[in-house]
Design a protein around this ligand. Structure first.
Ligand code: NAD
Length: 499
């Protein structure tokens, strides 16, 4: 297997770097890629290219929306052409099974296709009721140069919930992907140039967050920071943004609950709970990591869930039948195992898993068995903290009120799910759940038109949908006087008084 060598992508071409960071496979330990460890000069060059492309209005920011849509359409075609290659890079660098990586690229392309259509129709308003001699225009303009900082768990989807929307609005961009998974981001930037998106519109600088990320967020020519990652780093980003009164969009952590009522379609709920806690090895911001199950059905539900969970197949990224892959790195695996340890110490009952997996050729990777704890109480660490591994914490409840209170008993508010055949209950509970998304009788559903984002410490702002486009725009009010101006100036200052 060839090692992929990457530089930064700046102003439509590769820009060399003296220092490199290595990415080894979390599934089998072999060297996969080398990325640039960027310095201040590289970040300045990337922001400079984005600034120039934005300020030279005809290049992109004031191009007719239809033209931008056309260029984005070509880009979509090239990504579709290269889907398999991009999926393999994604699978290997993240450690996830290839079929899920494929689905991720397909979904990213879908988001780009949707955002391209939005470029045709940036909304605006005409205000006609401010007097006969006045007309108001409320227009939307691209925000400017956007710094995008993305995580490692879904390198493409987290980027594509931002990038095509910002481009559709007319912004230019500098992306700082995770230092662990930068390959696909660099590849799609190169494809953008091939598709005819002008130089400087998309730039990518790689390297660690603490160095490259800090330089980028502090750069005065960056107008907005759009960040996806942990709540801890999100707080730091918000502080940096505040220093220069920059706009900020934050997509942060989560601790979703999946509520199963006794009157649910139990088989459907089992599918949803299973997918919810194991998808992407549990490295998922909307992971259904807390199962709240009604006491009267809890015993039999958990028996079935454990039986189904035993069939989950762990495998290498290229294993077409694998359901769960490797965790991102050794330190993260150890952290997940220490959360499992805390569950045991704090008195939860281990129903399944709880261990590292090294059998069947997985010994060189960071694999953790699907793990289920029951008798979890709200004071336990595994109920409260984001684990980011295939670990499910189960708590029983006896009433609708108790279920809602348990679900909302968290600092996070990204997503929650509920399962019931009673429509009144479904609507009542979904209204009372404090999260940006609620799934009723389904889980981890997606649609490009539906906004995505969090309440509480899960973030600020929304991605996807029309809201996702508007995040990257500024509102401008323009007053237009029709006919002769009769403003209420002091008499002495009017033109007639002076003449
Ligand atoms: P992270 O916060 O450690 O890193 C995210 C990005 O920020 C990386 O590119 C990193 O290099 C960079 N970074 C780190 N320190 C920085 C700093 N001081 N200044 C600027 N940039 C810095 O997150 P992670 O471990 O890569 O990803 C996992 C986290 O992301 C989880 O908490 C998960 O819930 C969250 N996440 C949220 C969403 C969402 O849409 N809400 C989606 C995916 C992941």
């Amino acid at each position: 297997m060839d090692v992929r060598e990457y530089d930064n992508w700046i102003d439509g071409g590769w820009a060399g770097a003296d220092r490199k960071v290595e990415r080894k496979s979390p599934a089998h330990g072999r060297l996969l890629a080398r990325f640039a460890q960027s310095d201040e000069q590289a970040v300045r060059a990337a922001v400079g290219a984005a600034r120039k492309a934005f300020d030279t209005r005809s290049v992109w920011s004031s191009m007719p929306g239809a033209e931008r849509a056309k260029a984005l359409g070509h880009w979509v075609d090239l990504m579709t052409r290269d889907l398999e290659r991009l999926a393999l890079i994604e699978a290997e660098e993240v450690g996830k099974p290839i079929r899920f990586a494929r689905a991720e690229i397909e979904w990213s392309i879908e988001l780009a296709r949707y955002a391209a259509a939005l470029a045709w129709q940036l909304p605006g308003d005409l205000v006609s009721n401010i007097g006969d001699a006045n007309l108001g225009l409320v227009t939307r303009e691209p925000r400017g140069v956007i710094a995008m900082i993305t995580p490692w768990n879904f390198p493409m989807v987290t980027l594509f919930q931002k990038l095509p929307f910002a481009l559709a609005a007319g912004c230019t961009v500098v992306v700082k992907p995770s230092e662990l998974t930068s390959g696909s981001t660099l590849e799609i930037a190169k494809l953008a140039t091939e598709a005819g998106i002008p130089n400087g519109v998309i730039n990518v600088v790689t390297g660690s967050g603490r160095t490259v990320g800090e330089i980028l967020t502090g750069h005065r020519d960056v107008d907005m920071i759009s960040f996806t990652g942990s709540t801890a780093v999100g707080i730091r980003i918000a502080q940096r943004a505040a220093e220069q009164v920059k706009r900020v969009g934050l997509e942060l952590g989560g601790k979703a609950a999946n509520i199963v009522f006794a009157d649910a379609d139990i088989d459907a709920a089992l599918d949803g709970i299973l997918l919810g806690y194991i998808l992407n090895q549990g490295e998922e911001c909307v992971q259904g990591t807390r199962l709240l199950v009604e006491d009267s059905v809890a015993e039999s539900f958990l028996e079935k869930l454990v039986e189904r969970s035993k069939k989950i197949r762990l495998g290498l990224p290229t294993d077409e039948d694998a359901d769960v892959g490797a965790l991102i790195h050794e330190k993260h695996m150890e952290q997940v195992l220490s959360y499992i340890e805390s569950g045991l110490e704090e008195g939860a009952t281990l129903l399944l898993g709880g261990n590292r997996v090294t059998e069947n050729g997985l010994g060189m990777g960071y694999y953790v068995a699907p793990t289920i704890f029951s008798n979890v109480t709200p004071d336990m660490t595994i109920f409260r903290e984001e684990i980011f591994g295939p670990v499910l914490a189960v708590t029983r409840f006896k009433s609708v009120e108790e279920a809602i209170a348990l679900a909302n008993d968290t600092n996070y508010g990204l997503g929650n799910g509920l399962w019931t055949k009673d429509i009144d209950k479904a609507i009542r509970v979904s209204r009372e759940l404090r999260s940006g998304t609620v799934y009723v009788n389904t889980f981890l559903e997606t649609a490009a038109q539906m906004p995505f984002g969090g309440l509480k410490q899960s973030g600020i702002g929304r991605e996807n949908g029309l809201d996702g486009l508007l995040e990257f725009t500024e509102v401008k009010s323009t007053f237009i006087k029709l006919g002769k101006r009769t403003h209420a100036l002091p008499h002495t200052l009017t033109t007639s008084a002076r003449s």
